[in-house]
Design a protein around this ligand. Structure first.
Ligand code: SF4
Length: 296
């Protein structure tokens, strides 16, 4: 399931890229700026700021949607078929996040920009969510892209069974791997995941001689300290064939989406991390032989 396709992106890989955002992520990072990506199911997003109170959503499901003086109130747990809300809201205040796209539909979208990929050394970036957690269609898509000589990057947490990674070896040009921490307790507390799976997969991927760029999201209270960051960089330095680390400063841009999805932002308000706070980390990475960059 896809929740967005973004054309003409110049982030998340080289050149001009089409970014495919997959739904479904096995982690629940407290700071996640794409909360709509976490569930594998379609989500209902409601933005009261642009609601015109036409009430078409109430007609679609009067048992689950009510109107009061604050706007539309949605009882998401009472909605069995979110699809009935798709495209019913003229003001686009209520939208359905997530739709199935076949491999052919994705290729049709991707192929529109082939001349731009070739001229700019660009291509396709698979993002999410966790793209590697997708089913067999992912590998079919990767094989089709390889046939067309279209470069693929993937943004991944590697928090998946190794078999899901192994099936993609040789089909992905660059793995942009999130390495968030090395401490088991801290990782579980803030993401509900087990860091050992990430560390083991990253080691296997590095041993497979794939092209890997490490991306470290720098998150206040979670890993934004000299001690924790040195451990993360030291782990990366212990692996084969990895020469590049990017430090991604925390921002709070996704917070509004939590309320729009009926979710709680349990991370709480934090100050965004400034680029200038990361120069010491970048220098340490360089001292360990990495090319380092601040920002994506
Ligand atoms: S891994 Fe990424 S998409 Fe998944 S919960 Fe964490 S921040 Fe969100």
């Amino acid at each position: 399931m896809i929740f967005n396709i973004q054309r003409f992106s110049t982030h998340d890989g080289d050149g001009i890229r089409t970014i495919i955002f997959y739904k479904g992520c096995p982690l629940r990072c407290q700071w996640c700026s794409n909360p709509e990506s976490q569930s594998t199911e379609p989500g209902i997003m409601y933005d009261p700021k642009i609601c015109k109170r036409f009430g078409d959503c109430i007609k679609a499901d009067p048992g689950a949607v009510k109107m009061n003086r604050h706007g539309v109130q949605i009882n998401r747990s009472a909605i069995v078929h979110p699809e009935k809300f798709r495209d019913i809201c003229l003001s686009r205040a209520l939208t359905i996040v997530g739709e199935h796209k076949s491999v052919d539909e994705l290729l049709l979208e991707i192929e529109k920009d082939i001349p731009f990929y070739h001229r700019s050394n660009g291509g396709v970036t698979l993002s999410g969510g966790e793209p590697l957690s997708q089913g067999a269609d992912l590998v079919i898509l990767l094989r089709e892209l390889k046939k067309r000589n279209i470069d693929v990057s993937v943004e991944t947490t590697l928090y998946v069974n190794w078999l899901k990674v192994e099936r993609c070896l040789g089909l992905i040009g660059t793995y942009l791997v999130d390495l968030k921490h090395t401490n088991r307790e801290k990782f579980r507390l803030y993401t509900q995941g087990n860091i050992q799976l990430v560390l083991d997969n990253l080691k296997k991927l590095a041993d497979s001689q794939e092209n890997i760029i490490i991306r470290i999201p720098v998150i206040p209270e979670f890993n934004h300290s000299e001690h924790e960051m040195k451990r993360i960089i030291d782990f990366a330095a212990s692996l084969n064939h990895i020469r590049e680390i990017h430090f991604i400063p925390y921002h709070a841009l996704g917070i509004e989406k939590y309320a729009m999805l009926g979710m709680d932002y349990i991370f709480g308000p934090k100050k965004p991390v400034e680029h200038s706070e990361l120069s010491g980390y970048a220098q340490y990475a360089q001292s360990k032989g990495f090319n380092s960059r601040i920002g994506g």
